[in-house]
Design a protein around this ligand. Structure first.
Ligand code: SAM
Length: 179
C-alpha cells in the first residue's frame, strides 16, 4: 500500500501517458508524505535518482533524497540545484498545493505561483524530451499557464484522474517532449 491516496493519481497518469519507460531521474515537488516517490520506486526500478521536496518532513524511503523546505524560497531552490549538480532530469512532478484558505481570491494566485515556479524549474533542469506533470486548479491564470507550458513542450494534455474527487477543481497538466 501507499502512504497517500494521491499515489493512485500518479499511478494512473504514469500508465496512461507512458511516463516511466526509460526514466532515470525524477524530481517530485510537494512530495509529502511520499506517495508519488513510492510509485516511482515501485513501478520504475530503472530510476536511480529521485529527489522529493516538501515543506513537511517525510519518512525516509530508501534511495530517495528528501529536501525539507519551501520551494519558493531562494535558499531551498539553491539547495535543490546543488543536489542536482550537472545532472539533467527526465521528469519533474508537482503535486504542490498551498494550505487552502477557502477564499478563492487568495488561494488561486498562490496555486498559480507554485505552478509557475515549477515550470521555471523545468527550464533549468529538464533533459530535452523530458516530461512534466503539474497539479493545477481551474480558475484565474489557468489558461495563461497552459499557454506557457505549451510553448515549452511538444505535447500537453489536461487530465483528470479517475481517482481525483469529481467535485475538486484540480486537474493535471501532463506535458511531454520538452523542447
Ligand atoms: N504527492 C504527495 C504524495 O503522494 O504523498 C502528496 C502531496 S500533497 C497533495 C501537497 C504537498 O505540497 C503538501 O505536502 C504541502 O506541504 C506541499 N507544499 C505546498 N506548498 C509548498 C512549497 N511552497 N514548498 C514545498 N512544498 C509545498
Amino acid at each position: 500500500g501507499y502512504r497517500a491516496r494521491s499515489a493512485y493519481k500518479l499511478e494512473e497518469i504514469a500508465e496512461k501517458f507512458n511516463l516511466l519507460s526509460g526514466l532515470k531521474a525524477v524530481v517530485d515537488l510537494g512530495a509529502a508524505p511520499g506517495g508519488w516517490c513510492q510509485v516511482i520506486k515501485a513501478k520504475s526500478p530503472q530510476t536511480d535518482f529521485i529527489i522529493g521536496l516538501d515543506l513537511l518532513p517525510i519518512e525516509p524511503i530508501e534511495g530517495v533524497h528528501f529536501i525539507e523546505g519551501d520551494f519558493t524560497s531562494d535558499e531551498v531552490y539553491e539547495q535543490l540545484l546543488k543536489l542536482l549538480g550537472e545532472r539533467k532530469i527526465d521528469l519533474v512532478l508537482s503535486d504542490m498545493a498551498p494550505n487552502l484558505s477557502g477564499m478563492n481570491a487568495m488561494d488561486q494566485p498562490r496555486c498559480m505561483l507554485l505552478a509557475e515556479m515549477a515550470l521555471d524549474f523545468c527550464q533549468q533542469s529538464l533533459q530535452p524530451g523530458g516530461a512534466h506533470v503539474v497539479k493545477l486548479f481551474q480558475g484565474e491564470g489557468f489558461d495563461q499557464h497552459m499557454q506557457n507550458i505549451r510553448h515549452l513542450f511538444n505535447k500537453v494534455v489536461i487530465y483528470k484522474p479517475k481517482s481525483s474527487r469529481p467535485r475538486s477543481r484540480e486537474v493535471f497538466a501532463v506535458a511531454t517532449g520538452f523542447k
